[in-house]
Ligand binder design. Structure first.
Ligand code: PAF
Length: 280
């Protein structure tokens, strides 16, 4: 069946209502476009859990704290629609900025758990922007399931919490990070890496894997992270924002290994910010 495209909140509500009346379950894959294999794996996951898959495409201005990042964020609706259609998702929901944020818009959703650390310490207001748009998408679409990648682990943590706290009737389905063959975590921003940066970029993940090995072999977490950071900065030209181990369950910083440990990293390579996380 041909891909359906809806651009209004009224339109998506009516469509989903009809599907629900017909007994269908619906999964939402929220995206900002620039679709890559990571998004496509979320669409496949969505197809596994529900009868009908809605992919939203909305570059959410409220989650960009850097205007240049917003201006240069990859946007190619035609290519995105082609990819969505290839995977036989059922519907693309593509609201405009005016549709999402009319002039009088004055509400923000801010989760106060899992913040002030990792990305939130470096991108103030980013997660309030994410929480606001995701809450709106959940309420607009009314899906039974929503799929999110573990690459943005802190985002996933915050979204799970907002669903719980606001009693939104939706099940969050996490999906593993999809990587290039050389280990680089897929991201729409990877397109902006220059040729030589692209060659260096996978070293972030390689050094994270080495750090995991060292910690699992008994090296102190702080020492392993400090030496990884130094290696990335001095030998590889990264500018590290954070490189630390936290509990994946409640995000507390860990100095000794425990179950559900994750290593989190963010680093700049030129003007591109890379993030990644792996379990220990
Ligand atoms: O992960 C993303 O692409 C975005 O943060 C999301 C969840 C689509 C909200 O704009």
């Amino acid at each position: 069946m041909a891909l359906e495209i809806i651009r209004t909140v009224n339109g998506i509500r009516k469509r989903v209502q009809k599907l629900k009346q017909a007994g269908k379950t619906i999964a939402l894959v929220p995206t900002m476009g620039g679709l890559h294999a990571g998004h496509l794996s979320l669409i496949s996951k969505a197809k596994d859990v529900a009868d009908y898959v809605v992919v939203s495409i909305f570059i959410n201005p409220k989650q960009f704290n850097n205007p240049e990042d917003l201006d240069t964020y990859p946007s190619n609706e035609e290519a995105d629609l082609h990819n969505i259609e290839k995977l036989s998702a059922d519907l693309a929901f593509i609201p405009s900025v005016k549709e999402m944020y009319p002039d009088e818009f004055a509400t923000h959703v801010k989760v106060t758990a899992g913040i002030d650390i990792l990305c939130d310490a470096h991108r103030p207001e980013h997660f309030a922007g994410v929480a606001t748009v995701v809450t709106k998408l959940f309420l607009q679409v009314g899906a039974d399931f929503a799929c999110f990648g573990e690459k943005d682990f802190q985002q996933l943590f915050i979204i799970k919490r907002l669903v719980k706290d606001l009693n939104i009737p939706i099940t969050i389905i996490p999906a593993p990070t999809i990587r290039e063959n050389d280990g680089l975590a897929m991201s729409s921003r990877n397109e902006r890496l220059g040729k030589s940066e692209r060659l260096i970029a996978p070293q972030l993940h390689q050094i994270m894997q080495e750090t995991r090995k060292q910690i699992n072999a008994g090296m102190a977490i702080q020492m392993a992270c400090k030496s990884a950071k130094e290696e990335l900065e001095s030998a590889k030209n990264f500018k590290v924002e954070y490189f630390e181990v936290r509990c994946g369950e409640n995000m507390t910083l860990l100095e000794t290994p425990q179950s559900d440990c994750r290593l989190f990293a963010a680093a700049w390579l030129g003007s591109v910010r890379l993030i990644d996380n792996i379990s220990l």
